[in-house]
Design a protein around this ligand. Sequence first.
Ligand code: KIV
Length: 265
Amino acid sequence: MSNITIATLMQMKEQGEKIAMLTSYDASFTRQLEEAGIEAILVGDSLGMVIQGQESTLPVGVDDMVYHTRCVARGRQRALLIADMPFMSYSSANQALGTAGRLMKEGGAHMVKLEGGATQLETVHQLTASGIPVCAHLGLLPQSVYKLGGYRVQGRDEEAARVIKEDAMALESAGAKLLVLECVPSSLASAISELLEIPVIGIGAGSGCDGQVLVLYDMLGVSRGRRPRFVKDFLEGAGSVSGAISAYVQAVKNGSFPGPEHSFQ
Ligand code: KIV
């Protein structure tokens, strides 16, 4: 089976085939994801919370991300490997080039993800010009949790929705090749997915996106605390970790996940 590339994901969008993405932080889970046929793997800075037990993603460092990306790369066979740039590791375009360079050269990432809209356009442009594919991230930005005042649905009023939509278009024009939309109303996510040529991957953004992503430990029901509305525990009833991951891939592909009960209006 051939490698999944950005071109593969673009083609899937064009053909209306849903893209299945999950986070992973080590080689063993990555092998399970590969066996289930996942197309994209995100080494998310969510590892700060689910692996390191931190209160937020903010304490995660570049060394942490490089280490876990390298672990995942060893278990990867064909999926596109995306690594998060952690908080304060891309405050300028120059700093972003250094961070992305490490994630790709030392970690083996194929693409880097960063959070933010208008303020990141120059950075996205510079990374892209240097041959580094960028996944943008809009909506709920976990690295801005203290600015946002909590993990809340974004883009609910007209003005906030307009800003997210304009940011999405500007990020695509700046060179972003993928967009993660987190915790926004389904109607806004659907409109953005239709508007953009690049694939839009939703988490808490409804079924109208071109693909879905969840934090692996959330969909296996092992994360601590209250389960967010957009998470489904796929281990429940699946009987095994591999069964749960396969059920997730199948549910994303056939459009049964996310249902309205996992989405926001
Ligand atoms: O860090 C992460 O796992 C993420 C996903 C929630 C999209 O950014």
